[in-house]
Design a protein around this ligand. Structure first.
Ligand code: FPP
Length: 248
């Protein structure tokens, strides 16, 4: 089915997920299949990022969260880490203007202190240049770890309790969520993972408690707007009960 038909079906069904998160996986395998260096897969992955942003805007998704670099990814060979950081800077220089015109507000979530000075500057640039965009919030998760995010929030709560600012019995989900990178955002409704891997890989561990999962065999560099629309259509078939029973 063509992308316009898929989009039409999405609109007819109604109930577009507000927040879609994606674990972009399979860049290395895509490159290997073609006898190319891994970095070539990452580079092509950037085109898939562009496609997903366009698709999210077309479908009326409010928030798109992309797992671009995990804290564990720092352990990859130095050449690959450098290539990924270079791509991030390239993405900023090539895409910022377009994202701004598209009404995207970019946020970069993760341990940004781990970034080198020029990548950090680049990240700060895309954040400030796109501030105020109202059509799509794009979260790029970089140097991100779900467990670390939870621990950092715990540290904040413990510090407040130790200073007497918070009583243990006052500690609740709302306070905890306000201390996460995703403070103020709804949890993802849909989590997509490419390349047929059925793992969370330390991604948004708190936030995905009731998220619908969609795994596709498509490798990230091949991921298209149509693949995003198919994932949304799959989501629209789900019966979300949040642990309760369906009424009616
Ligand atoms: C996982 O594939 C992908 C990554 C670790 C990096 C994701 C980066 C991009 C899509 C490109 C740049 C993105 C932005 C936002 C600038 P993998 O390398 O683990 O693939 P494999 O499992 O096949 O080896």
């Amino acid at each position: 089915m063509a992308s316009s038909e898929l989009l039409q079906e999405i609109c007819l069904n109604g109930q577009v997920p507000r927040h879609v998160a994606i674990i972009m996986d399979g860049n290395g395998r895509w490159a290997k299949q073609r006898g190319l260096p891994r970095a070539a897969g990452h580079k092509r992955g950037m085109a898939a990022v562009r496609e997903s942003v366009k698709g999210a805007l077309d479908a009326g998704i409010e928030i798109l969260t992309l797992f671009a670099f995990s804290t564990e990814n720092w352990q990859r060979p130095r050449s690959e880490v450098l290539a990924l950081m270079g791509l991030l800077r390239l993405y900023v220089s090539k895409e910022t203007q377009k994202l701004r015109e598209q009404g995207c507000e970019v946020h970069v979530l993760g341990d940004l202190d781990a970034l080198d000075a020029s990548t950090k500057k680049s990240v700060e640039f895309i954040i400030s240049e796109t501030a105020g965009g109202v059509d799509l919030r794009l979260n790029l998760m970089i140097s991100y770890s779900g467990r670390e995010e939870i621990l950092a929030a715990c540290r904040q709560m413990i510090a407040r309790a130790a200073s007497g600012d918070l009583l243990p019995e006052e500690f609740n989900e709302a306070l905890f969520e306000a201390a996460l990178f995703t403070a103020g955002l709804p949890d993802p409704d849909l989590l997509i993972r490419t390349s047929d891997e059925f793992r969370l890989s330390n991604f948004m561990l708190w936030q995905v408690a009731y998220t619908e999962l969609h795994v596709t065999s498509v490798l990230w560099p091949d991921f298209s707007r149509e693949d995003l629309f198919r994932a949304v259509l799959d989501y629209q078939e789900r019966d979300r009960r949040f642990g309760r029973v369906t009424v009616g």
